[in-house]
Write a protein of this length. Structure first.
Length: 88
């Protein structure tokens, strides 16, 4: 049998509370498509800090791409200038 930690139980209870408060009252409208789920998803992300995690992950990926492009751009320039000075 699995023994849950105090943190696990707190997360479980928080998610149950969110579902009871935000999702259950709108369940029929969500299932029929009358209510788009985007606002509820935004609330879920904000309530559990997932928006900050997503923002941090995206910014880290963007920064690594920028640094990677700058590093390779410098290498390409170096190779180009060196190969341009060599005879054919």
């Amino acid at each position: 049998m699995i023994e849950w930690s105090e943190t696990d139980l707190l997360v479980r209870d928080s998610i149950r509370e969110f579902v009871d408060k935000e999702i259950r009252p709108c369940l029929d409208a969500l299932e029929s498509g009358a209510l788009p789920p985007y606002d509820i998803i935004r609330k879920l992300f904000k309530a559990f800090g997932l928006d900050a995690l997503a923002r941090e992950s995206v910014s880290r990926v963007c920064l690594s791409r920028v640094l990677h492009r700058r590093r390779w751009a410098g290498r390409r320039r170096w190779r180009w200038s060196r190969s341009a000075s060599w005879p054919g």
